[in-house]
Design a protein. Structure first.
Lengths: 220, 51
């Protein structure tokens, strides 16, 4: 049943991506200064929004784990965080390729880019940290605390372009058709995120089964 | 479509897809590894039970 849902969502995501690519490449008007390059934003911006959404869920479930001690919240936290890191990587790489052409440089240490890099490093560190702790309860407790600590950086990334003068573009007003394309592609990425989270959660369940079987094997 | 910088736009789109595909393949590979581990443990337990 769960597999069926993943396949249905997968088919929907595929249809959405084909539709969105058609709109982005063939329907939307050109941008005067950037040429075709501006079209990267239809992946770049929704990737960051998707990652931000996932990291917010991970922060909440980490808090819920610390409050209740229920392992299901730990499983959700790690699954969602890992998927968010994939979307952070998409945001970083597409942003750097855009910057190489529009700014003439791959990277600059402005507040937005630096806080975004710190975000990637923090959540990458979270995933590495988990692998280094053997005991499941300690692992869940320590990584939940770390996840909440890492989440402090998320609003800093979001508001950095308002709080500091950055080379990164400020929020801009877009024509309605561009907003529509941006939101449609965000929907596709959110559905893709849900598929990945479902797959990742299933792995957490299977890992718990492995832990149980190992304990049984030691006990016999 | 204005084709200035089309090549780099293509690189950007490709980069996004490469990350998605690599992550999906990692998920599939990990899942089959865990499944294999479950099967191994189950057969080991069955063998112990028989003894």
């Amino acid at each position: 049943m769960r597999n069926k849902l993943v396949y249905i969502l997968g088919a929907l995501v595929a249809v959405l991506f084909v539709r969105n690519l058609y709109v982005i490449l063939n329907v939307l008007p050109d941008e005067a200064n950037q040429g075709a390059m501006y079209r990267i934003m239809f992946f770049h911006i929704p990737s960051w929004w998707t990652a931000g959404l996932a990291l917010t869920v991970a922060g909440v479930t980490s808090g819920l784990y610390l409050a209740t001690g229920k392992m299901k919240y730990d499983a959700i936290s790690v699954s969602v965080t890992e998927v968010a890191v994939a979307f952070l990587c998409i945001g970083m790489t597409t942003g750097m390729i855009w910057a190489r052409i529009i700014w003439g440089i791959w990277w600059t240490w402005d507040a937005r880019l630096t806080s975004a890099l710190i975000c990637v490093l923090l959540y990458g560190g979270y995933l590495i940290l988990r692998n280094g702790i053997e005991d499941p309860t300690s692992r869940a407790r320590i990584s939940a605390a770390f996840n909440i600590f890492a989440f402090v950086d998320v609003p800093i990334v979001w508001y950095s372009i308002r709080w500091w003068r950055t080379q990164h573009p400020q929020p801009m007003s877009l024509p309605p058709e561009m907003w529509s394309a941006l939101l449609w592609n965000w929907l596709a990425l959110i559905l893709l995120m849900i598929i990945f989270i479902k797959m990742r959660l299933r792995q957490e369940e299977m890992r718990r089964e492995v832990d149980g079987l190992r304990r049984l094997a030691h006990a016999i | 479509m204005d084709e200035r910088n089309f090549q780099y736009m293509f690189y950007g789109f490709s980069a996004a897809w490469v990350v998605i595909v690599i992550y999906a393949l990692t998920l599939f590979a990990r899942e089959s590894k865990i499944k294999a581990e479950i099967d191994r443990l189950k057969s080991m337990l069955e063998e112990k039970d028989r003894k």
